[in-house]
Design a protein around this ligand. Structure first.
Ligand SMILES: *[C@@H]1O[C@H](CO)[C@@H](O)[C@H](O)[C@H]1NC(C)=O
Ligand SMILES: *[C@@H]1O[C@H](CO)[C@@H](O)[C@H](O)[C@H]1NC(C)=O
Ligand SMILES: *[C@@H]1O[C@H](CO)[C@@H](O)[C@H](O)[C@H]1NC(C)=O
Ligand SMILES: *[C@@H]1O[C@H](CO)[C@@H](O)[C@H](O)[C@H]1NC(C)=O
Ligand SMILES: *[C@@H]1O[C@H](CO)[C@@H](O)[C@H](O)[C@H]1NC(C)=O
Ligand SMILES: *[C@@H]1O[C@H](CO)[C@@H](O)[C@H](O)[C@H]1NC(C)=O
Ligand SMILES: *[C@@H]1O[C@H](CO)[C@@H](O)[C@H](O)[C@H]1NC(C)=O
Ligand SMILES: *[C@@H]1O[C@H](CO)[C@@H](O)[C@H](O)[C@H]1NC(C)=O
Ligand SMILES: *[C@@H]1O[C@H](CO)[C@@H](O)[C@H](O)[C@H]1NC(C)=O
Ligand SMILES: *[C@@H]1O[C@H](CO)[C@@H](O)[C@H](O)[C@H]1NC(C)=O
Length: 874
């Protein structure tokens, strides 16, 4: 009896308990829903992403986007990461979420401060607010999050000092990430109380002072990152207590002193980054007693001593950067067996001795840099066995002997610098096998004989062969495809051909150019073998005579020599000759396919650009007439995004165009300069693209007959002092080829030419549309899209994300409108790059779409792939 009444009592109590918890959780759920809705309406954008947050469909928030509840129906997790929202935390009522355990609000463009009432989240274990624009100090209220395990506020705009009291209650914290903010002051020693910590990232802030000794209390620390701060003083010896450390990053601070010996005994250290500090002293005889260092960087310090010996036992190394120190020693002595070594930079130290054949025995080596040491002896043939090699720099040493022909073997070689040595003999023609080569510097040696014609096969090669003893013709193809400046060949013994600044290889034929490279080489070998001194003497005489003729003509009054139609001032031929000292190389500001560009300051103070055209020496009067007609048409073009042509000068030996001068030069150069590229923010870049589109639309659709540019490239987009852009060189292609108005020799710049021109020589506006697509991607990516162009049509495209191709030197557009504009532009560019010319849009359409700038893509910027953009119909 007693037991059954006891049972009844239990059941009744249980029912009361149940109904109590349900009502309380319903009301809890209701207040959570209300708090979320209140927060939702405070967002500036992105409500479509939160369309499920709506009480008319369900009153419980548990099924809403990004929300997870416990069984009682109370919110435990909120994850809105990577949803484009844009808003503040101020209107988020933290007190309404007593059961919240995880809060992830990364990459949703939060701004403003972290409100102090965040301290109400007493059960929170995971807080991730990274990759937003949150500012102000870390509120002390965060100390109330006593259950916190992982805290990530990295990549924001936080400032102020870290309050030591913050760390008193975080007894469970294993991961603290505050990197990429603007925190300042000392690193508080109170951090030492976080003894569960295994990840601590404070890098890329403004922290100063020294590293606290208490860091040694963090015995569970696996990764410590303090890079990019202003830390001073030595590394505390207590670091030796952090026996679990695998990654230690201290680079780019002002740390000093020698490395405490305790550090070299850390048993699990894999990555050690010490570069760009003021460290000094010798490294111990053996730095890999225990563990296996894989990456070791210590560049830009004042370390001394014989380094290669110290590294000998580190057989697991893959990356070693020790450049710009005072390391010394004999490089001949092999420094160990390093089967994984792929990157080693020992440049600018005090290494001496000869390169042993042993250096060819690193099967994984991709980059070998030993420049700026005192290495002598010859270059070992065995370096040709480094088949993975992409970069080899042995410049500024005292190497002698010939360049081994085996250096043509590494087929991935991109960068080869052997300049500033004492190398002799010929340039091996085998270098022409390195089909990926983009940089070749052999200057300042004693290289002899002629330039092998194989070197003419490269596109976009940066080349320097100056200050050698080379002779003979500059290979014809080099001038057609490479666009090398004359300086690349200057100060040699007897190079000829190649236009500007070099004598012709056929003095008796005047200035006419040969078309067949083989005959050319044959004849010039004959010349260099039998008549070198006579010919050179003759050439010198010939050049002097040419100069004289120029000056004489220069003193003649302008008459028909110079025709200027649209210039507001006066301009005379002799002014131009005087201003450029008869086209002296020092006024040359660029060289392109059509000719070289000079800067001329006229006596009035006005600056103009002069384009001296190659290959227009013809004296055919019919040609002259058509040239003048073309020029007249072009000089009448008026468009705010096209560089003004003021006029031209046409005479047998002098053909130049006079253009408006653009202070900031070409888009090509600006994008290649890291400082200037950052100045070109997203808004300026989208403006540049619009300007080019308007200019092309005008020329294609508002001019009769339409004018096709035929060489749209970033070299031909110029910027003025306010970074406004202008298209230059309109119609120049036609000037060079006037009587074939729609069939053509292949002009244009490699990498921008529409694919159909390879098989059909019919020029249409759609060729310009393609080139425009390339320039557009280049402007947003900060570099030529290169192989991306071919991968667009393959299946790889699915995995290419828009955010990953944009210029990494700018942070992704934060402003929603700018982001949408970037998306629209990429979409248009991809349409312009379609391989069937008929399916490309017209420039008129592109230009109008860019102005309309409608919001097309209701998806988070970070989640868009190129493939999605390509498949959208326009
Ligand atoms: C909720 O959804 C209904 C229908 O789906 C819609 O009409 C209403 O505007 C929405 N309310 C809010 C606040 O979004
Ligand atoms: C949050 O959601 C995103 C996708 O919406 C997912 O990738 C991420 O892993 C989630 N984060 C957490 C902490 O659950
Ligand atoms: C926040 O929520 C709590 C509990 O739901 C409530 O008492 C308080 O009034 C709310 N605060 C504001 C500012 O709405
Ligand atoms: C932090 O916790 C203490 C004690 O639990 C409480 O008095 C204080 O109000 C809390 N602070 C915040 C900002 O919630
Ligand atoms: C926070 O979110 C970012 C971006 O989603 C992610 O990369 C990071 O690993 C997260 N942090 C933690 C501690 O999980
Ligand atoms: C630490 O937590 C306790 C409550 O658990 C609180 O009273 C105290 O104020 C917290 N410390 C700080 C510095 O906020
Ligand atoms: C960072 O915060 C400062 C003020 O503290 C503000 O001027 C600046 O615009 C912010 N930067 C970003 C990228 O939000
Ligand atoms: C970071 O703070 C420093 C001063 O501590 C200030 O000079 C700098 O402009 C700030 N940087 C940003 C991006 O807010
Ligand atoms: C460098 O070491 C090699 C091999 O041990 C030796 O033959 C050579 O003389 C040394 N060179 C110098 C300059 O000490
Ligand atoms: C290389 O330099 C060392 C001195 O550093 C010298 O003893 C040796 O003879 C030189 N070798 C050659 C081949 O010039």
């Amino acid at each position: 009896m007693a037991s059954s009444s006891g049972l009844l009592l239990k059941v009744v109590m249980w029912i009361i308990f149940l109904s109590y918890t349900t009502t309380s959780s319903t009301s809890q759920s209701f207040s959570e829903a209300q708090a979320l809705l209140k927060w939702k309406v405070s967002f500036d954008y992105g409500h479509f992403k939160l369309s499920s947050w709506n009480t008319s469909t369900t009153s419980s928030p548990c099924k809403w986007f990004g929300i997870t509840c416990n069984q009682a129906g109370s919110v435990t997790e909120i994850n809105l990461s990577e949803s484009f929202l844009y808003g503040k935390l101020d209107n988020f009522n933290f007190s309404s979420f007593p059961n919240l355990v995880r809060l992830s609000l990364t990459k949703i463009t939060l701004y403003g401060a972290i409100p102090t009432h965040i301290g109400a989240l007493s059960k929170l274990t995971h807080l991730n607010l990274s990759w937003n624009g949150i500012s102000d100090k870390l509120p002390l209220a965060l100390a109330n999050l006593t259950q916190i395990v992982e805290l990530d506020i990295s990549h924001n705009n936080m400032t102020g000092e870290l309050d030591p009291l913050l760390f008193t209650n975080w007894t469970k914290l294993t991961s603290l990430q505050l990197q990429y903010n603007n925190f300042s002051g000392n690193i508080p020693s109170a951090l030492g109380s976080l003894n569960k910590l295994n990840l601590l990232c404070l890098d890329s802030n403004q922290f100063s002072g020294s590293i606290p000794l208490e860091i040694g209390n963090l015995r569970n620390l696996v990764q410590l990152d303090l890079r990019y701060n202003h830390l001073t003083g030595p590394i505390p010896p207590t670091i030796g207590n952090c026996i679990n450390l695998a990654t230690l990053s201290l680079s780019v601070n002002q740390l000093s002193g020698s490395i405490p010996p305790e550090m070299w005994s850390l048993p699990y250290l894999v990555q050690l980054y010490l570069g760009d500090n003021n460290f000094s002293g010798e490294l111990p005889q053996v730095i890999c007693k225990v563990g296996s260092l894989v990456q070791f960087t210590a560049a830009n310090n004042r370390f001394t001593g014989p380094i290669l010996k110290s590294l000998r036992a580190c057989t697991g190394l893959d990356t070693v950067q020790l450049q710009w120190n005072l390391f010394e020693g004999n490089i001949t002595e092999a420094f160990g067996v390093h089967p994984n070594l792929s990157y080693i930079d020992l440049s600018y130290n005090r290494l001496y001795g000869e390169l042993s054949p042993y250096w060819g025995k690193h099967p994984s080596l991709k980059s070998l840099q030993i420049q700026g040491n005192h290495i002598n002896g010859t270059i070992p043939h065995e370096l040709g066995q480094l088949i993975q090699l992409e970069l080899l720099d042995l410049s500024s040493n005292q190497l002698v002997g010939e360049i081994p022909t085996e250096l043509g073997n590494p087929s991935y070689l991109v960068h080869l610098d052997l300049s500033r040595n004492k190398l002799s003999g010929p340039i091996p023609k085998e270098l022409g096998n390195c089909s990926k080569l983009k940089y070749l510097n052999l200057s300042n040696n004693y290289l002899t004989r002629s330039i092998p014609s194989e070197l003419g096969m490269f596109n976009n090669l940066q080349l320097d062969l100056s200050y050698n003893e080379l002779e003979g013709p500059i290979p014809n193809r080099m001038m057609t495809y490479g666009y090398y400046p004359p300086e690349a060949f200057s100060n040699n013994k007897g190079l000829c051909g190649g236009g500007e600044g070099f004598p012709s290889c056929f003095p008796s034929l005047g200035t006419k150019k040969g078309h067949d490279g083989t005959i050319f080489v044959g004849v010039s070998i004959y010349i260099t073998m039998f008549l070198p001194s006579v010919i050179i003497g003759f050439l010198l005489l010939f050049r002097r005579k040419m100069t004289k003729i120029h000056i004489e003509e220069g003193t003649r009054k302008n008459g028909d020599i110079l025709s200027i139609w649209n210039y507001d001032g006066t301009i005379a031929y002799e002014d131009i000759i005087k201003a450029t000292e008869n086209f002296d190389i020092k006024y040359c500001i660029g060289t392109g396919g059509y000719g070289s560009v000079y800067r001329a300051e006229l006596p009035t103070g006005k600056i103009v650009a002069l384009k001296k055209l190659h290959g227009l020496e013809g004296e055919n009067p019919a040609y002259q007439k058509s040239f003048k007609n073309e020029i007249r048409v072009l000089s009448e073009i008026r468009h705010r995004n096209i560089v003004k042509l003021h006029g031209f000068c046409s005479h047998q030996r002098c053909m130049f165009l006079v253009y408006e001068y653009m202070e900031r030069g070409s888009l090509f150069c600006i994008l290649r300069n890291d400082i200037e590229a950052v100045e070109l923010d997203w808004i300026k870049r989208t403006d540049i693209i619009k300007a080019v589109a308007h200019a092309l639309s005008y020329m294609h659709h508002d001019c009769t007959p339409p004018i096709i540019h035929r060489d749209i490239s970033s070299n031909n987009v110029l910027l003025d002092s306010e970074l406004k852009s202008y298209v230059s060189d309109f119609g120049t292609a036609r000037l060079l080829d006037p009587d074939s108005s729609n069939r053509t020799i292949l002009v244009g710049t490699y990498g921008y030419i529409a694919p159909e021109l390879a098989y059909s020589m019919i020029v249409t506006e759609k060729n310009d549309v393609y080139s425009f697509g390339v320039v557009t991607l280049e402007t947003l990516m900060g570099r030529h899209p290169g192989e991306l162009l071919s991968s667009l049509s393959s299946s790889v495209a699915k995995t290419i994300m828009l955010k990953d191709v944009l210029d990494p030197r700018l942070s992704p557009p934060l402003d929603q409108l700018v982001a949408q504009e970037v998306i629209s532009i990429v979409m248009l560019a991809l349409a312009c790059l379609r391989s069937d010319p008929r399916s490309r849009p017209t420039m008129e359409y592109v230009s109008q779409e860019l102005v309309a700038s409608r919001q097309r893509f209701p998806q988070s910027f970070h989640a868009i792939s190129l493939c999605q953009l390509r498949e959208l119909e326009m």
